[in-house]
Design a protein around this ligand. Sequence first.
Ligand SMILES: [Zn+2]
Length: 246
Amino acid sequence: MKFKDEKTCSCGGLFLFSAYGEGEFGTSTCSRCGRPGASIDSLSVSVTAERLIHRSKQELEGGDYTLSIITAVMAVESYLTRLFLKLKGMANYAITFELPTESQEMEWEKEYPRSGGFKVPSDFVSQKLAGATFDKFVEGNAATATIFSGLPSSSHSSPAQYIQDRLFKQRNRIVHWGYVNSGKAEAEHCLEIAVVVVRILERMDKGTNWIELAQKMAEAARAGVAAERRHLHEILAERQQAESRE
Ligand SMILES: [Zn+2]
């Protein structure tokens, strides 16, 4: 997917940037004074998710509400997947001390629950990172609880269910039932939810003690090797006993 960004120059002219996928926006020159300028993405586990949120905003402003909703959901899915792959990458690094290759990531993606809308994948990622369901994570943390409570009519509802009903169901209506008449208010609400989910997932990423997690993974890997070794010793000892009896 192609992404566009623009920034205003101090002279009042515009810098126009474009990038493909996770590629860099790079540099551009001001439309008025010709000065060079650069666009740098915010530091995030998912550059793509940030860009998709930005794109969703652009579609909303441009009046393409249906596309704005689809892109908002893609941002949430992209963030969840990146968190999962980060975890898998850490597990891999703890054992091999090598960064994952693209084909490894593609292989890991098969483990990720694709179906189940928001609830299943978000619980899957939240359990692995925070050791709790998505709802428990949101409610058990003052900052995330406050972020979520900023959404309209969100009190007394399960965060995962709310996101499922108000964001993912809107997308499904478009993708699965061919509904293309989404209105501005619907699209605004969907984007509002997607921004909140990305902010919550950012907290999950930052709140995860990745170093401790990596150490635990390395210990588990070593314990696994030790257990295998013990098992091998037992087999050899049994064989020796059997031979000595013969
Ligand atoms: Zn300029």
